[in-house]
Design a protein around this ligand. Structure first.
Ligand code: ATP
Ligand code: ZN
Ligand code: MG
Length: 304
């Protein structure tokens, strides 16, 4: 099948047939074949090389976040529908036997688990903000992370996953520094993706804040141009997929974590995140299921 027809089922089927994605039986959770993984890593390397002159500090975090941190970040106020919690068994010997008996009898047993101190990380940048606490150096800071994130949004679309990877850059500093950085990266991101032959465009966007109050938050976000996305047709020409997002949080995180810029004023934060699985799928959609057949101009950037 032609990679560029926009039939979701056909695309998913072809991805599996070509060994790019491996079904797990869970909606929105796929294994990745070696070729898929190779493309993803090479794209991540290209981003890292492009950003190298900025000398971001690279940090690595586990894909779990303290429950207390989730609370502080306001995640349960804004996106309770997407959150994933880790639960474990913490009972007695007697309860362990009861649990095992329930499992073997095919009865429900989840009520015998209790919440742990951790939840699944929903955005790769979240563990970074607390590290900025206090007075920033002149010029602020720039950090990069790559991590698995979880979102409870099970779907049959190969572009909407429950567990996926984000390459993020997180900037903190004076408001003008942060906005300038965001604006420059929007152009840089577009150029990078266009350079890979992707038919991308940027647009203002909003986050899926929960409920009625959330719709107002989302409207305010669009009005203030706090979120931009780079979109690319992957499973639909009419509704292109967000493959990279830019968020300007203003003083949201800096007030929670008491972050001040070098001049003592309020610091702002912004982040940008490439959805690595989505970029990989966009490249496959655009150039075909076998990277050996991709245009030389694209190959030469990824397979250096
Ligand atoms: P969408 O509007 O499609 O739900 P989003 O606004 O939730 O995207 P962000 O929260 O800004 O996206 O996440 C950063 C990036 O992570 C997105 O630009 C996208 O590339 C990727 N991403 C987001 N949700 C998913 C998902 N469910 N599966 C795969 N990638 C995703
Ligand atoms: Zn982020
Ligand atoms: Mg979303």
């Amino acid at each position: 099948m032609d990679a560029r027809t926009y039939d979701v089922d056909g695309f998913t089927e072809a991805l599996v047939e070509h060994g790019l994605m491996v079904p797990t039986g869970i909606r929105g959770a796929w294994g990745r074949g070696p070729v898929f993984e190779d493309i993803l890593r090479r794209f991540d390397d290209l981003v890292t090389r492009t950003a190298a002159p900025d000398r971001a500090q690279e940090l690595m975090f586990p894909p779990i976040l303290a429950r207390a941190m989730i609370e502080k970040l306001g995640y349960m106020d804004n996106f309770p529908q997407l959150a994933g919690s880790v639960h474990s068994f913490m009972g007695t010997d007697k309860q362990a036997l009861e649990l095992s008996a329930k499992v073997h009898a095919g009865e429900r047993w989840e009520d015998m688990l209790a919440p742990t101190d951790v939840m699944l990380t929903p955005a790769a940048c979240y563990p970074v903000y607390p590290t900025f606490q206090g007075l920033l150096p002149e010029g602020g800071k720039l950090v990069t992370v790559m991590n698995w994130v979880f979102r409870h949004e099970p779907s049959d679309e190969p572009t909407r996953l429950q567990h996926f990877r984000m390459r993020e850059y997180i900037r903190v500093g004076r408001p003008d520094e942060v906005v300038q950085w965001r604006d420059a990266w929007l152009q840089r991101g577009l150029a990078l993706l266009e350079g890979l032959g992707l038919p991308v465009q940027s647009d203002v966007a909003s986050d899926p804040f929960f409920g009625r109050a959330g719709r107002m938050m989302a409207a305010g976000q669009v009005e203030q141009k706090l979120k931009f996305e780079i979109l690319c047709p992957v499973i639909s020409r009419e509704k292109p997929t967000a493959i990279c997002s830019f968020n300007w949080h203003q003083d949201h995180f800096s007030s929670v974590f008491r972050i001040r810029s070098a001049d003592g004023g309020t610091a702002h934060t912004a982040c940008l995140g490439f959805g690595l699985e989505r970029v990989t799928l966009a490249l496959i959609k655009q150039h075909g299921y076998d990277p050996a057949d991709w245009p030389q101009a694209v190959r030469s950037q990824l397979w250096q």
